[in-house]
Write a protein that binds this ligand. Structure first.
Ligand code: ZN
Length: 549
């Protein structure tokens, strides 16, 4: 009797519990959609999360890693995009910065001045004059992307990469993409000599973009952004924080509006349709990087009404993307992340409870430090090249061999003595540091530098500013706020996965953007040897099953 009574009670319990399907990996997708949002920090994602109603709401109901990391020190656009679909940190992709320097290669820049700059997405070789503008290329990317690997595994796979920036489109598309499109200042363009690949429908979107730019535009403040709508005076003449109308034909400011991201989506959808992505025999890949939030962050700061409006519009733009894919009945998997985070302008931080925020001292600019070093050591010319105040610092090739050690030591000691400097590492110190294997949120500063290090491309010194020091000396120079530091406000980004039927969960501990590629590879059945990458497959199935090999 007793046994029966227990059995009945157990049965009652079981039958009153709703029957949930066991979480499972998705059926093999026909389309992978990899989205980067330029400068979408974890801080921004968390700030606006409760206000999402569109595409970002859908993604926030999938598998959410609110603390994804671009773990490396040089948190810039090109390195950040290079990690997302390669599974590799910049130390392996070779893309250590947007621009690095080659002290032996003096060229003329577009204004005719001598420069040692090498742009991450240019073709290696002599370039850079007004007569011969840079030739966009993936030549500096040392590893294959997911799209390159998928195409090597299947002739049927098509890969498209679209962005408001050439470096973002190139680093996500990789070496063998069928179509790589970026905004070149006037239109969405592609590699020199491959213009014939651009579908006709993209020309239509370009014409629409031009007509948007030609008209002045004014944006209405939505209710959820009204609390942020207040002016912040930066100088006597300049203020941000209230939406000002954009003048007709101002193509530069247009990039910092919701229209820019909406047009990038139109281009992506036109390309998806023209190349029949999701309807071919294999699994296809569509990579899209939305650049608008980055231009907004740099131009107006991160915490004003401008970014609130931009993120709300992005939520709607992503909703439009997912609804278009839903309507096409293509089984797709989405991931969204960012190339780096961002930090607000010090003037706003100062009035919003962070008075420690400040702008970098102009005395730290390499040209100034290098002039001091040359004077003290009796050297001709400047001991350092470039105008950076932090990050990779390069000794001039003109410093004679017997003076190089003294010049480097003196440079390091000048930087170290300054109150805005947190750390200075030499190239040898960084090279001798093993690639980090600890959880990414625990990496030391030199480990962050190691993840950004390439023996041929990195500087002689790595100079790190203290937390909260913005490396732009004045708010009157154009951009008022930025990223690029080894601090978590620039390293932490959301990583969100979604597919129809996903059993969502949240994992708050740190993971890396280099984990995205092996995770997506697992969903398409692609094998990626672990020794070729830095990331690991993330198990997105909240149960006994797994997507990982
Ligand atoms: Zn960026």
């Amino acid at each position: 009797m007793r046994t029966t009574w227990i059995s009945l009670a157990t049965l009652a319990l079981v039958t009153s519990t709703p029957i949930m399907a066991e979480p499972a990996p998705p059926p093999k997708p026909k389309l992978i959609v990899a989205i980067a949002v330029d400068q979408l920090s974890s801080d921004l994602f968390n700030e606006y999360r409760s206000s999402f109603t569109g595409g970002l709401k859908r993604l926030a109901q999938g598998v959410v890693f609110p603390s994804g990391y671009q773990g490396h020190a040089a948190t810039e656009t090109c390195p950040g995009h290079s990690t997302i679909l390669t599974g590799s940190r910049p130390s392996r992709t070779g893309v250590i910065a947007n621009d690095w320097m080659d002290p032996k290669l003096e060229r003329k820049d577009r204004s005719g001045k001598p420069t040692y700059d090498v742009y991450c997405a240019e073709a290696p070789g002599p370039v850079g004059s007004a007569a011969s503008p840079i030739k966009v290329s993936a030549g500096f990317l040392k590893v294959p992307t997911l799209g390159d690997r998928m195409k090597a595994a299947s002739n049927a796979t098509k890969v498209v990469s679209v962005s408001g920036k050439d470096r973002a489109a190139v680093m996500m598309g990789g070496h063998k993409a069928d179509l790589t499109l970026w905004w070149d200042g006037k239109a969405f363009a592609t590699y020199q000599g491959r213009e014939g690949d651009i579908p006709t429908a993209v020309a239509g979107v370009n014409a629409k973009a031009q007509s948007m730019i030609d008209k002045p535009s004014a944006i209405k403040v939505p209710a959820q952004c009204e609390s942020r709508n207040r002016a912040l005076a930066l100088t006597d003449k300049l203020s941000v924080g209230t939406l000002k109308p954009r003048a007709a034909k101002d193509a530069t400011k247009w990039r910092a509006t919701p229209e820019f991201d909406a047009v990038a989506l139109d281009v992506a959808l036109a390309a998806q349709s023209a190349l029949r992505l999701g309807k071919n025999d294999g699994t296809d890949l569509l990579a899209v990087s939305f650049s608008g939030p980055d231009y907004v962050g740099h131009t107006y700061g991160t915490a004003g009404v401008e970014q609130c409006v931009q993120i709300a519009a992005l939520d709607a733009t992503l909703d439009r993307l997912f609804k278009a894919l839903d309507a096409s009945k293509i089984p797709y998997v989405v991931v969204l992340t960012a190339d780096h985070g961002g930090h607000d302008a010090p003037e706003r931080n100062d009035v919003q409870a962070l008075p420690a925020a400040q702008r970098v001292d102009v005395k730290l600019i390499a040209a100034t430090v290098g002039a001091d070093v040359a004077k003290q050591l009796g050297l001709e010319g400047n001991a350092l090249i470039g105008r950076a105040a932090a990050g990779d610092i390069y000794l001039s090739a003109k410093v004679p061999a017997d003076k190089r050690k003294a010049a480097l030591d003196l440079t390091a000691s000048i930087y170290r003595a300054h109150p805005q400097i947190e750390a200075v590492f030499t190239k040898e110190e960084i090279a001798a540091t093993p690639s980090p294997t600890r959880p990414v949120d625990d990496w030391s500063l030199i480990e962050r530098a190691r993840a950004s290090f390439d023996p041929e491309r990195s500087g002689d010194l790595q100079v790190m500013l203290k937390r909260y020091v913005t490396p732009i000396p004045s708010s009157a120079l154009g951009y008022i706020a930025t990223h690029g530091s080894p601090w978590d406000y620039d390293r932490r980004v959301p990583i969100l996965f979604w597919w129809r039927g996903i059993a969502g969960f949240e994992q708050p501990n740190g993971v890396e953007t280099v984990d995205i590629m092996p995770t997506l590879a697992s969903l398409t059945g692609l094998t990626v040897p672990q020794f070729e990458i830095d990331g690991r497959c993330l198990d997105l199935v909240a149960g006994a099953q797994t997507n990982c090999p």
